[in-house]
Ligand binder design. Structure first.
Ligand code: 1QQ
Length: 421
């Protein structure tokens, strides 16, 4: 049994204290119907509460509750892409022993209320067997307890803050925590530039993940004997970073580390460079998307970002995933797509394991959800992220991590993540 931990009080940030963030995402509070779920095949059309999961529509419904709108869609759209590739990939292989899976997408937007609404719809209306989502840890701390109480398994595809698996028995993640991923970037920066001594750290104080990641970064900096010269705070909704950037540049850092999300992070990188900062920069997981390239353009060049996925990981399923992604998007698959693919994979393989014991289609939905939650924690999965499994608490066991640097073409129009050896 997992021990529920108290949610840190600093996570109780309401719409009232975050008017800007909430007004940006208010429209997302009405969850949108998936592009892939049509009323004719919606599980609610065929299954009655307590009825069998697969129902008469002969599909197994898996919920995808990620950000399709708001500033967080910069990250969420990569998750949608990865999940859709997984849906086709596993259905082409026969789904769950002949029964197709069907993903039901509900847009969480970028805030807590949007995630709560999306999860409620997936659980009660769409009657999914489990949920891959939400995009942000900040949302997970509000939405996951709802799934946990409803006994619906959740796989966090990108929830990396400390404390996520401890939310409840039905919460696990395929996204390795910042505590194991982030230090790799600091080590890579020092390897590249052994003269680094003074460090400035930035973090978004209205975001649970950013607060968790900055703790890891700050501890790593001190543990490595570097000087933490200044800590600057901002909001994920900020666009003007002149005063914090000036404060940081004034302490003459050799390294700047940013924990925020994509739009704010990209702007911060841009403004630090425009104000003359020439040293090394590390971006955290929230900047881990090529969607920051249009924001910081040529000034994104050289930023280091730790990775929980490498497109070059050599196993069969990653080859298939990478080929499918490249065929569709003409570029290498990003981490967030690989993690969303992996979330769907874990559900599919666990459903197959259950089906070999007792037919999934004959299990009442509440029983299937509970069986699925128990089963997924027991399996070993060969995924695009490498071989993974879970602790009894739902934390991911993953072996391989990487660091990439952003390489931009001089005119700033095109760029890529180049993996360090
Ligand atoms: C979290 C994250 C974000 C950067 C994912 C999009 O890692 O919120 O935990």
């Amino acid at each position: 049994m997992k021990k529920p931990t108290a949610r840190p009080t600093t996570l109780f940030i309401t719409c009232a204290s975050l008017l800007l963030a909430c007004s940006q995402t208010d429209k997302t509070n009405t969850p949108q119907t998936s592009t892939t779920a049509s009323p004719a095949t919606s599980p609610s059309a065929s299954a009655s509460p307590g009825g069998s999961a697969a129902g008469s529509s002969n599909n197994i419904y898996i919920g995808i509750g990620v950000a399709q709108t708001s500033n967080v869609a910069l990250l969420g759209q990569e998750q949608v892409a990865g999940a859709k590739i997984a849906e086709k990939y596993f259905n082409d292989k026969g789904g769950v022993d002949g029964t197709p899976i069907k993903l039901v997408f509900q847009d969480t937007g970028g805030d807590e209320q949007g995630a709560i609404n999306a999860f409620n719809t997936l659980i009660n209306q769409d009657r999914v067997v489990g949920i891959v989502g939400p995009s942000l840890s900040q949302q997970a701390f509000s939405a996951d307890p709802i799934a946990d109480r409803a006994k619906v398994p959740v796989l966090g595809p990108s929830n990396t803050a400390k404390g996520i698996p401890q939310i409840g028995d039905y919460v696990a993640r395929v996204s390795a925590p910042v505590a194991v991923v982030a230090p790799n970037a600091v080590k890579a920066a020092l390897k590249q530039n052994p003269n680094i001594k003074k460090v400035a750290v930035f973090f978004a104080q209205n975001d649970a993940f950013s607060k968790s990641e900055t703790e890891t970064f700050q501890t790593t900096v001190k543990d490595m004997g570097l000087e933490l010269a200044t800590v600057q705070k901002f909001l994920t909704t900020d666009t003007d970073f002149q005063s914090q950037a000036t404060n940081a540049i004034n302490v003459k850092p050799d390294l700047i580390i940013i924990s925020g999300l994509a739009a704010d992070g990209g702007n911060l990188i841009k403004q630090l460079r425009e104000l003359g900062y020439k040293g090394v920069m590390i971006g955290g997981n929230g900047l881990n998307t090529s969607n920051i390239f249009p924001v910081c353009k040529a000034l994104c060049d050289g930023v280091l970002i730790a990775q929980a996925y490498s497109p070059e990981y050599s196993n069969l399923i990653n080859k298939d995933f990478r080929d499918a992604y490249r065929a569709q998007f003409k570029k290498e698959p990003p981490q967030f797509s690989a993690q969303a693919f992996t979330g769907v994979q874990v559900f599919v393989e666990s459903l197959k394991a259950i089906n070999s014991q007792s037919k999934v289609s004959q299990q009442p939905l509440p029983q299937l959800r509970t069986n699925l939650n128990q089963q997924l924690l027991l399996g070993k999965y060969d995924t695009p992220l490498g071989q993974i499994s879970f602790t009894a608490e739902g934390e991911i066991n993953q072996k391989d991590f990487y660091v990439a640097t952003i390489k931009m073409e001089a005119d700033g129009t095109n760029g890529k993540f180049e993996f360090l050896k």
